[in-house]
Design a protein around this ligand. Structure first.
Ligand SMILES: *Cc1c(COP(=O)(O)O)cnc(C)c1O
Length: 385
């Protein structure tokens, strides 16, 4: 097979470290559902899922049936898959057939699930997602009794696997009043379940931010996305952790992701010459530049034109000129040892230097999650120890 123009490496030891850290926060008996939507936040479902399983994860959450199918194609038969978002009606029998659990956020879905369960001869495992204040998906309070009655009547075909909700903004302390209100409303739903004697197997509401900073949101399972990849969900959550542990700084969460390529060509440029398209960069002196074999079509943000940096031999090489569709140039005048084919680090560590996703996103206005999740699925991912 021919090589791609860049590659992504996932560091298993860093991932194991992050899971241990999250476990210490939430306790041993809580299920960690690894949220792998958006191609595992760009880390690559096919590579990430088997690595996570080696680190003790056996529950995965995705945003769609399409993503569930990808997880299913690589995961162990013992792992559980949960669809939090879109599943088309015609795909419900497929999900049930493969023991894939799914969120139900409106009443209409239940008769569909029942019919599919009868058809496949297997039980549908549903998580009732209730509306508590985020107002995206979530079953409204007024339909809840109807839902509980339906579940009670059809226990032979439908398992009430979970009762869940999602916080709209647990990352920010300024939203605390809203999060408190959502928690209160969730508890009211739980109370109704108890009163009706129709209770879920598990209760789950916490995302990374809630799991790390709000102990009373940790029920039977947590749905962990961003933190498992080694990112603090926000500065607020990081400072809350420092406060709790009485520390000045903390490196408990480690990035598992690095993105690399190789020098495609090296050339000298005379003073006064322009580099690449247009006139946005003119050489102020005689320069040596290296050509990178990727560009914005490969997920490298064009906004880094004339501002980003890469690492070569552990030294920072500034980008000169515009990021093209599949090429860009960097200044290596100060890196005499650089030669054709040398490794280039786009994101990650090389010797004693590092380029963080955040340094990337500061100048592009992209969110960390946005930047990572946009990296093309075609870039090969591999696991390193
Ligand atoms: C994305 C998502 C999560 C994970 O959120 P993080 O902040 O990345 O941990 C959890 N639950 C739902 C419903 C989600 O959509």
């Amino acid at each position: 097979m021919v090589r791609h123009s860049s590659r992504i490496e996932l560091k298993q030891s860093a991932y194991k470290n992050n899971i241990n850290f999250i476990r210490k926060k939430i306790g041993e008996n809580v299920i960690v559902s690894s949220v792998v939507k958006a191609n595992a936040y760009g880390h690559g479902i096919r590579t990430f899922v088997p690595m996570a399983e080696k680190c003790g994860i056996d529950h995965f959450s995705v945003a769609s049936s399409f993503e569930a199918e990808e997880v299913l194609s690589v995961c162990s038969p013992k792992s559980r898959i949960m669809i939090m978002g879109i599943i088309y009606e015609e795909d419900i029998p497929w999900a049930i057939e493969h023991n894939i659990e799914f969120f139900v956020y409106n009443y209409e879905r239940l008769p569909q699930a029942l019919e599919a369960a009868k058809k496949t001869g297997k039980r549908a495992k549903v998580h009732i997602e209730v509306e508590t204040g985020a107002n995206r998906t979530g079953l409204p309070q007024k339909d809840f009794i109807k839902v509980l009655n339906f579940l009670k009547k059809n226990t032979e075909h439908i398992t009430f696997e979970g009762l869940c909700t999602h916080f709209g903004g647990a990352e920010s302390i300024s939203n605390q009043f809203k999060i408190d209100m959502q928690l209160k409303r969730y508890k009211a739903f739980l109370k109704q379940c108890r009163e009706k004697k129709v209770e879920p197997n598990i209760r789950h509401i916490a995302c990374s931010a809630a799991a790390l900073a709000m102990k009373d949101t940790v029920y039977d399972m947590v749905r962990i996305g961003v933190a498992q990849y080694g990112f603090w969900p926000s500065p607020d959550i990081y400072y809350a952790h420092l406060h709790e542990t009485n520390k000045k700084a903390d490196a408990s969460l480690k990035r598992i992701f690095s993105w690399k390529t190789d020098i495609m060509d090296i050339r000298d440029v005379e003073q006064g010459e322009f580099i690449g398209y247009g006139t946005s960069f003119q050489a102020t002196h005689k320069m040596t530049i290296a050509v990178m074999p990727l560009g914005y079509s490969n997920g490298y943000p064009r906004a880094l034109s004339n501002r980003g940096q890469v690492l070569i031999h552990g030294k920072k090489a500034p980008i000169v000129g515009l990021i093209n569709m599949n090429l860009f140039m960097v200044d290596i005048t100060h890196i005499k040892e650089a030669k054709l084919g040398d490794e280039v680090v786009l994101i990650g560590r090389q010797n004693n230097n590092v380029i963080n996703v955040s340094s990337f996103t500061n100048s592009t206005q992209l969110l960390n999650n946005e930047m990572l999740s946009r990296l093309p699925a075609a870039i090969p991912r591999t696991v390193v120890k």
